[in-house]
Write a protein that binds this ligand. Structure first.
Ligand SMILES: *Cc1c(COP(=O)(O)O)cnc(C)c1O
Length: 484
């Protein structure tokens, strides 16, 4: 079942390259003794084709967006156009050193300035930092900005409000920024309960964090009223814009009176992600928060670009150098390739695709919140309970059909949740085939639940003890002789 490890393929003396004899005269003391390795390094010795085949075969065992449909809700696993990879590899960008003086890297600075301008246009905000390396990092940055703002007003305040549909990173970021989490329930439509919000608003509330459309895929239609209530209490409004796929060119966080928003370039702006990175989570703010932004900031001055050191109120750096530059290049490429009209079409198609799947699957899976959704839709596996089948079984069985599973058991307010986000990059044929697989699985649940309990059966490894695999991870190779 398992492939050999590359160490098992190793034979002493095998090598991928043959270098000519050195013509540098040999001198024993060239490298001081204390810097010399005492033991052999223990790397595998294999030929170039063996290395290539080993890693290529491993890579195709994993699911990835170039291999198949990946409808992971909230994560926006859209296809990443290959032109992004071409520009990110251009020597003039890829081979820069982060310490090169500004006059030598004018093009890179221009790219950062123009990416920032595009994000301000998309978000309707006034200032932006590109430093945060991920969405959660952007959230922490945004919270620190709001804390600095409140401190400048004399009191940092104590609490941050979130709805119970919030992404798990929101409460984690709130705690990390030194605030208390105040959670309010959603109403029967899956939206913010305005009365519940009024009940918790007081002068200790620093901010409210909202995902819009929320994690049920629904637009918070009372957002202007919510913004007014929070602002009247002296609080700030934070938008978790990890996923802007439903609003590009249609509406903007700034127009909804949000004060801060983070944007996941690795979701909406098509840079490869998953398995932990890389990413970028720029944070955009309204004018009253601009003085607190991290620095240095790339700026245009006449026809030259330079780094502007942060002012005295800045929260300081939140990332080394200029952020994840390779990700920023990809997002910039994507935005230029799409253009304003293209970006709007992204959102229109993402919304149509999600609603198409919703219509195909509604007769077969429970839909707890019936309002029209935007870019994603959340079903419940509760209807399969009579057959002893759980959402996790449906997810595992989808792997046998060649699909990545949707997000499951999130958002927490939906029992046995199945959260599907198809994105705009999938064709009707792909959506039809996926829906058919989901419908087949619902039928299998009724007729052959045992099969679903055993799934997946067609993948390189079967059902894993997921907690064990994460907690008792063992990635240290020991040669067979030492294992005994
Ligand atoms: C993905 C996501 C985040 C976190 O982003 P990371 O880049 O994974 O840290 C936060 N909020 C929502 C709604 C998300 O979908």
């Amino acid at each position: 079942m398992y492939d050999k490890l590359i160490f098992d393929l190793s034979k002493p003396g095998k090598t991928g390259v043959s270098l000519p004899q050195t013509d540098v005269p040999h001198r024993d003391n060239l490298i001081p003794d204390q810097l010399r390795r005492k033991e052999p390094i223990g790397l595998p010795e294999v030929s170039e084709p063996e290395v290539m085949r080993h890693f290529h075969n491993l890579s195709i065992k994993n699911h990835h967006i170039d291999k198949g449909f990946y409808p992971l809700g909230s994560c926006t696993m859209k296809y990443n156009p290959k032109i992004n990879e071409v520009t990110a590899r251009l020597s003039g960008l890829a081979d820069l050193h982060p310490l090169q003086p500004a006059e030598q890297v004018q093009g890179a600075l221009r790219l950062l300035v123009e990416l920032g301008e595009a994000l301000l246009e998309v978000s309707g905000m006034d200032g932006v930092t590109l430093q945060p390396a991920a969405g959660a990092h952007g959230e922490l940055t945004g919270l620190l900005l709001m804390r600095a703002y409140h401190e400048s007003q004399g009191h940092p305040r104590r609490k941050v409000i979130i709805p119970d549909s919030a992404h798990g990173t929101n409460p984690a970021s709130i705690i990390t920024a030194g605030y208390e989490v105040v959670q309010i329930p959603s109403n029967a439509d899956g939206l913010i309960d305005v009365q519940a919000l009024k009940n918790v608003l007081d002068t200790e509330v620093a901010a409210m964090m909202i995902t819009n459309p929320n994690t049920l895929g629904m637009f918070e239609s009372n957002i202007l009223e919510v913004a007014e209530l929070v602002h009247n209490a002296g609080g700030l409004l934070y938008m978790d814009g990890a996923n802007l796929n439903a609003m590009l060119g249609i509406t903007r966080p700034g127009d909804m009176n949000f004060d801060v928003v983070h944007i996941n370039l690795h979701k909406t702006f098509s840079t490869p992600h998953g398995g932990g990175g890389p990413g970028a989570g720029p944070v955009a703010v309204k004018q009253h928060l601009v003085p607190f932004l991290p620095g240095p900031l790339p700026v245009k001055d006449g026809d030259k670009y330079h780094w502007q050191e942060p002012g005295p109120q800045s929260i300081g750096r939140v990332g080394s150098f200029y952020g994840n530059f390779g990700v920023l290049v990809r997002a910039y490429t994507y935005i230029l390739m799409m253009g304003a009209e293209g970006l709007r079409q992204v959102s229109e198609r993402a919304v149509i695709n999600a609603n198409y799947l919703r219509a195909l699957l509604e007769p077969h899976y429970e839909l707890p919140y019936k309002r029209r959704s935007l870019h994603e839709v959340v079903f419940s596996g509760d209807g399969l309970k009579p057959y002893g089948v759980k959402t996790t079984d449906v997810a595992k069985r989808l792997l046998d059909y060649g699909y990545h599973a949707p997000t499951i058991y999130f958002p927490l307010i939906v029992h046995e949740a199945l959260m599907i986000e198809p994105t705009e990059t999938e064709s009707k044929e792909t959506l039809d085939a996926f829906a058919q697989a989901m419908i087949n699985i619902a039928e299998e649940a009724r007729t052959n639940p045992e099969l679903l309990h055993r799934a997946p059966i067609a993948t390189p490894v079967g059902r894993l003890d997921e907690a064990g695999a994460a907690r008792a991870l063992n990635v240290v190779y020991k040669p067979e002789a030492e294992q005994k």
